[in-house]
Design a binder for this molecule. Structure first.
Ligand code: C5P
Length: 205
């Protein structure tokens, strides 16, 4: 059987942790679709054309450990406004979503564009200040030299670019359940997501 969970929302809202937790709980495969845009963005830093980079992308490039930097995040959100880049990445995401045994995909446009038929859609959000503080603590723990102000400015810049672009802008699907994690721990949000998914699963499970 295929069963798709679409988890969208802005950076550092808790999507990644919730997606991994859901995948582990139900035994679903997980795709962090931000990595696709990050891998394309990384290639453009070497001067490669973004559309060519998107067509040439291979799954093993997603495994590279160096994609989660602020510089690559900004490059990712710049290539993500290009509709030809987005189009080149659609088939891979859709076939992942429909694989046997269930799949969780997290990103910005999973419930709206990639998998409008997903059985469960969540839009995970939190205020920009709360998200920036979480990201700042994460970066700080890794020893990255940044200030809270820089991280907040970065979060706001990416939010604006992701929400205002014309190609697949970040927005909740009409039938998505909103999960605001501003005043909710990520563990509580995960527990909530698990209950929602449990209720949508076929009765045989
Ligand atoms: O989720 P993450 O922060 O890794 O995503 C990096 C960037 O990739 C986002 O800021 C966004 O511009 C883009 N993205 C997207 N659509 C997705 C996933 C990510 O446009 N489904």
């Amino acid at each position: 059987m295929s069963f798709t969970v679409a988890i969208d929302g802005p950076a550092a809202a808790g999507k990644g942790t919730i997606s991994k937790g859901v995948a582990a709980h139900f035994g679903f495969a997980h795709l962090d679709t931000g990595l696709l845009y990050r891998a394309v963005g990384r290639r453009t830093l070497d001067g490669t054309d973004p559309i060519e980079a998107a067509h040439a992308l291979t799954p093993d490039e997603l495994e590279r450990g160096d994609l989660r930097t602020a510089k690559i995040a900004q490059a990712a959100s710049k290539v993500a406004v290009i509709s030809e880049v987005r189009a080149a990445l659609v088939d891979f995401q859709r076939s992942f979503a429909r694989r046997e045994g269930g799949a969780v995909l997290d990103g910005r446009d999973i419930g709206t564009v990639i998998c409008p038929e997903a059985e469960v859609k969540l839009f995970v959000t939190a205020s920009a200040e709360v998200r920036a503080e979480r990201r700042y603590l994460e970066l700080n723990a890794k020893g990255t030299d940044v200030t809270r102000e820089q991280v907040l400015a970065d979060v706001r810049e990416r939010d604006a670019r992701d929400a205002e672009r014309s190609a697949a802008p970040m927005k909740p699907a009409a039938d998505a359940v909103l999960l605001d994690t501003s005043d909710l721990s990520i563990e509580a949000a995960l527990a909530h997501a698990i209950v929602l998914i449990e209720n949508k699963r076929p009765a045989t499970h």
